[in-house]
Design a protein around this ligand. Structure first.
Ligand SMILES: Cc1cc2nc3c(=O)[nH]c(=O)nc-3n(C[C@H](O)[C@H](O)[C@H](O)COP(=O)(O)OP(=O)(O)OC[C@H]3O[C@@H](n4cnc5c(N)ncnc54)[C@H](O)[C@@H]3O)c2cc1C
Length: 88
């Protein structure tokens, strides 16, 4: 829906079309009186490596399929091993 200034307006704005955001947007959209805007910063998931569960390790390492964040070192886990945290 747009207002008189041609700006998008909605009852809810959801940032991130990941697992939680899509479920939330889907549930809220079931109410015909409720308008929802869903914003996603990432690209498409139409990629064989993303769609194939057994390829888990590949998108974790990809510079184009994740945001490339790394978790903070945990003093009590694996001698300060810093694990990839691709989506946070
Ligand atoms: C490679 C991989 C494989 C996995 N496989 C499984 C599995 O088989 N089974 C399972 O149960 N779990 C799996 N997980 C874990 C599961 O994907 C996550 O637990 C789940 O996606 C978290 O949901 P979320 O909605 O919190 O975050 P996400 O699904 O990560 O969604 C967050 C979204 O927000 C977007 N975003 C971030 N910042 C912004 C911004 N500023 N503006 C707009 N959009 C933004 C991101 O691009 C992302 O799309 C896997 C995770 C990875 C990385």
């Amino acid at each position: 829906m747009k207002n008189s200034k041609n700006e998008l307006i909605a009852d809810y704005v959801i940032v991130g079309a990941g697992s939680a955001g899509c479920v939330l947007a889907g549930r809220l959209s079931e109410d015909p009186n409720c308008s929802v805007i869903l914003i996603e910063a990432g690209g498409s998931d139409k990629n064989l490596i993303v769609q194939m569960p057994s390829a888990f390790y590949l998108p974790m390492q990809s510079k184009t399929l994740n945001w490339g964040y790394v978790a903070e070192p945990e003093p009590n886990i694996c001698l300060l091993y810093t694990s990839p945290s691709p989506r946070d």
